[in-house]
Write a new protein. Structure first.
Ligand code: IMP
Length: 429
């Protein structure tokens, strides 16, 4: 049974948690392949609002195994806090598994994240300060500590003795920050490892066994294509690979084992942190989108930057990921507008270009070319099918599908589970 990959088509916060939760109702396993506690996936049910940072969004379905894959960077204390908070709300976590290969976020990672951001000054990336970048740097620099290392305290202390001198030198000399002691850290993290031990597995083997047994596996990527470390707006990106290919790698799945790639897009665009954003609105409409869409970061609470739907960046993401279906979320946020705009082209120094420039400073100079569509000025939040949506809203979705060259198969009209409308691929919107 081939797997389904869910990715973000913009700069994050598209509603991947909501789509994962919906599809997990019919799945056997949800795998989180990348990112760290920088991510915040929100699912709203009759039991209230759930905000997941590391735990896959399938966990509310008791028949679904949930796997934190090798590509995730895990802060053990934050994972344990998330588990405890979910258990306190009656969520069954007996089917949660954690890859022994996942890298660990240690306290020097957030310390370095903060210090590096400060040093960047006006060029700061606007990271979530969770230690994500420094942890992934250590991973690829082969200085990382992995979950498996936490299960053996004597090996852990040796490993920390190897990596800590460099960290401490940086922290003390360059940043004037506190340093860390290998033995004390090893003791603390071995204790956390002991608490996590019951969850620890060779996740890629579990995932492959599930696929071989014909189980339905969903891969729930964090962040989004335009934040990808290779293809996003570098250096204003995250440090993992939130593409479909990156999701395969982080989950331990080969490209031929996937038949569906669902890209989630908001009906408009948001971005948190610095970096190019051609369709950004600094006016009353931008504020309206922020207010109606409650556009404040799930992890950091920061106000999100808001703007019109960008079909140039969107199509770039759809192509890069081999997207087969699109979910458009938060359509209802646009209900109040007289007219809606879609960016259908970019101009760079007056010349049309059809893909996001590779260099952030050049991308900053890009001017969006808009198509103006009539708004619908009707409440879409009560619609129970795509057919019930106002004609202009359907036309808007049609145009998005046309520009992305991918069918829109799901439409979100509010945060509740019932506010996700489905349609089969191939049918007109
Ligand atoms: P980091 O991943 O914390 O290093 O942050 C790097 C960039 O990615 C910053 O612009 C963050 O705002 C952005 N980012 C990281 N995680 C998320 C997310 O879950 N949603 C939206 N933006 C994110």
């Amino acid at each position: 049974m081939p797997a389904t990959v869910i990715i973000g088509g913009q700069w994050g916060d598209e509603g991947k948690g909501k789509i994962t939760d919906a599809l997990a109702a019919q799945a056997d396993m949800v795998v989180r392949p990348n990112g760290s506690t920088n991510a915040g996936h929100t699912v709203v049910t009759d039991q209230g609002v759930f905000k997941f940072h590391l735990v896959p969004s399938g966990v509310l379905h008791p028949a679904c195994d949930c796997v934190i894959g090798a590509g995730v960077a895990v802060d053990p204390a934050q994972l344990l806090d998330e588990i405890t908070a979910l258990q306190a709300r009656g969520v069954d976590l007996s089917r949660l598994y954690l890859s022994d290969r996942a890298n660990v976020i240690l306290p020097y990672h957030p310390a370095l994240d903060r210090a590096e951001e400060q040093r960047r000054g006006t060029q700061s990336i606007g990271t979530t300060l969770r230690g994500n970048g420094p942890a992934y740097s250590d991973k690829v620099g082969r200085r990382g500590i992995r979950i498996a290392d936490l299960l053996d305290e004597s090996a852990l202390v040796e490993r920390l003795r190897l990596v800590l001198p460099e960290k401490n030198l940086l922290l003390a000399s360059l940043y004037g920050e506190e340093t860390f002691d290998a033995a004390a850290l090893a003791e603390r993290y071995a204790a956390l490892g002991e608490r996590l031990a019951p969850l620890v597995v060779q996740a890629e083997v579990l995932v492959q066994d599930a696929l071989a047994a014909g189980k339905r596996v969903i891969v729930e990527s964090a962040q989004a294509t335009m934040l990808d470390v290779d293809y996003g707006t570098y250096p204003y990106v995250t440090s993992s690979m939130p593409t479909a290919a990156g999701a395969c790698q982080g989950a331990g799945i080969g490209p031929t084992q996937v038949d569906t790639v669902i890209a989630v897009y908001k009906a408009y665009t948001t971005r948190v942190g610095g970096g190019p954003f051609p369709t950004e609105l600094h006016d009353a409409i931008g504020q309206l989108l922020r207010d109606r869409g409650q556009e404040y970061g799930t992890t950091t609470g920061r106000p999100r930057r808001t703007g019109w739907f960008d079909a140039v960046a969107g199509r770039y993401a759809a192509r890069l990921n081999g997207v087969t279906e699109v979910a458009v979320t938060k359509l209802d946020v646009l209900d109040a507008l007289e007219e809606v705009r879609i960016c259908v082209g970019y101009r760079l120094d007056g010349t049309p270009i059809d893909a996001p420039p590779s260099v952030a400073a050049v991308y900053e100079r890009v001017e969006p070319v808009y198509e103006v569509l009539p708004g619908w000025r009707e409440d879409t939040s009560q619609a129970t099918s795509v057919d019930e949506l106002p004609l202009n809203a359907r036309r808007y979705l049609d145009r998005i599908a046309e520009l992305l060259c991918v069918p829109v198969t799901m439409v979100g009209v509010g945060p509740q589970r019932r506010q996700l409308l489905h349609r089969t691929a191939g049918a007109a919107v």
